[in-house]
Design a protein around this ligand. Structure first.
Ligand SMILES: [Fe+2]
Length: 520
């Protein structure tokens, strides 16, 4: 922690060196307004990111319609006395002057510092680390799990704590931005940019400005600069509740119009995050599924539950409640073929799990896998946007863990705005079925959760949810060792205040060889 704090003091304002005849974009002042970030950790490489944006709330970021050279440097120390790699790339207007460098030739299991220079200015310093060597046996790693950061619903104080925390990785499982606004009575601050009401009018410029406005939050920038991040997305990176090629708010005949919106959203997402240039989107398609090994201790598979998902069931039935969010008496639920991951990703994940030699196997996806249905007097009510609405796909995921038996699988998720510790069964709603794996879901960074009354109601009907609390915002720390994982749920009351202090809400432990978390 002391080292982390000492490092934070180095997270100083950038150096400015302007000549009197500086071009227009430099005359606007600070160029590295959106900070720096890193991700895609491998034993010998890491991706570092920045974007030049002297006027971040303009569509062009205040940059000229021309490419600009950017120098990058990676060093062993924060003062850049031991430089190990450097180079120059061109930041182009086509990529919103974003820079993604896949830095190779690094040593495994090491901390590195990085920075960028452009137009005589130097960026803040970022810190990152490489994964341990492939065959190594790390004795410990620490992960921060987070999701759902509605800018208007609370401050990003959670990120301030993670930035100062002793963690190796931040795993962010979706809803990085929200295009929606929260009602004024729940709002603590306003998005600087408003999206057009109609989804088909959302443009690349809207998404770029919106991503930039999130990055203007100093706590979010600090968290990116402090640790490498692994990411997957949920729906709000594009629009709320979209599934595959379909948007619940747009006519089904408008698939092409929606794919244009999705292409803009995916592109802006890539432009603002430390994702490998090899995964840059191609139109409305972008590869999210990826694998990251942490020596023999852990493997993380980032899984995409949105891009290849079938439409939510029973969208047109009158039994829908709350605008299709909740379903009851829906015969389509029983159709086994409906997909959450898509056939190709599903078989990839099954093969990866079956062949993995890692002690811990983390399936990194956006939402809650274990059942969270509501048992109401008038029948069983299902959340139409999660795994409960895709029971066939969930059974196939569980089968992939059951046959051949894959031990020590932990599903990580978010989306539901509550902390959850759960056990995962082969047949999820059958309490006689064996427990096969564990699930840890992080509450939101800021987005509002369900009431405690409804959460208790859900918990009482789903005995596999061992822990469930929706009243606090926060994140989860996973302290991973070869014999067990200590899980610490951190939280603060809603809405998150700028000066909030997080506390430990609950602790759980997952023992190696014993599926399911237990209260610690
Ligand atoms: Fe969310």
């Amino acid at each position: 922690m002391a080292a982390a704090l000492a490092w934070q003091q180095l997270f100083a304002p950038p150096v400015r060196a302007q000549s009197p005849d500086a071009p227009d974009w430099l005359a606007s002042g600070e160029v590295f307004t959106l900070g720096v970030a890193s991700g895609e950790v491998q034993p010998s490489s890491v991706v570092i990111w920045t974007r030049l944006a002297p006027r971040p709330l303009r569509a062009d970021g205040g940059m000229p319609a021309a490419a600009v050279p950017v120098r990058w440097t990676v060093a062993r120390d924060a003062r850049f006395e031991r430089i190990v790699a450097s180079g120059e790339v061109r930041a182009t207007p086509e990529a919103a002057h974003s820079v993604h460098v896949d830095v190779t030739g690094l040593l495994p299991g090491q901390t590195y510092h990085y920075r960028f220079e452009a137009g005589g200015q130097t960026s803040p310093v970022g810190r990152t680390r490489t994964a341990p060597a492939a065959e190594s046996q790390p004795t410990r790693m620490r992960v921060a799990l987070a999701s759902c950061q509605h800018y208007e619903a609370g401050y990003f104080t959670v990120h301030r704590e993670i930035a100062a925390a002793d963690v190796d990785l931040v795993v962010f499982v979706g809803d990085y931005i929200y295009t929606t606004e929260v009602p004024s009575y729940n709002r603590v601050r306003r998005h600087p940019h408003r999206f057009p009401d109609r989804h088909e009018r959302h443009t690349l410029a809207d998404y770029r400005i919106h991503h930039a406005s999130y990055k203007l939050d100093a706590d979010l920038r600090a968290c990116h600069a402090a640790h490498p991040w692994l990411l997957t997305w949920d729906d709000n990176e594009v629009v709320n509740d979209y599934t595959g090629d379909h948007d619940a708010d747009m006519d089904d005949d408008d698939v092409q119009a929606f794919l244009a919106v999705r292409a803009a959203a995916y592109r802006a997402y890539f432009e603002h995050l430390p994702i490998s240039p090899s995964r840059a989107p191609n139109g409305p398609r972008m590869l999210m599924q990826a694998r990251y090994d942490w020596g023999r201790l852990a493997t993380f598979w980032t899984v995409d539950t949105r891009q290849h998902r079938d439409p939510s069931p029973c969208r047109r039935l009158t039994q829908q409640l709350f605008n299709g969010k909740l379903l009851r008496d829906c015969p389509e639920l029983a159709e086994p073929a409906r997909q959450m991951l898509g056939a190709a990703q599903e078989s990839w994940l099954g093969w990866e799990l079956a062949s993995s030699m890692a002690a811990w196997k983390f399936v990194v996806q956006s939402t809650q896998v274990s059942p969270g249905t509501l048992r109401a007097p008038f029948g069983r009510v299902v959340y139409g946007d999660g795994w409960d609405a895709f029971p066939g796909a969930r059974e196939r995921l569980m089968q992939a863990i059951a046959q051949p038996r894959v031990p020590d699988v932990v599903c990580l998720g978010g989306d539901v705005h509550r902390h959850v510790a759960a056990q995962l069964r082969l047949h999820p709603e059958d309490l006689t079925s064996p427990v096969l794996a564990s699930e840890i879901v992080a509450t939101s960074v800021s987005s509002k959760g369900l009431s405690e009354v409804v959460t208790s109601w859900i918990k009482s009907g789903n005995p596999d949810m061992l822990h469930a609390r929706a009243d606090q915002r926060g994140y989860v720390v996973l302290d991973v060792t070869p014999s067990h994982i200590d899980v610490e749920f951190r939280g603060t009351p809603h809405p998150v205040r700028p000066d909030a202090r997080l506390r430990t809400q609950a602790r759980y432990r997952i023992d190696r060889g014993i599926p399911g978390p237990r209260r610690a």
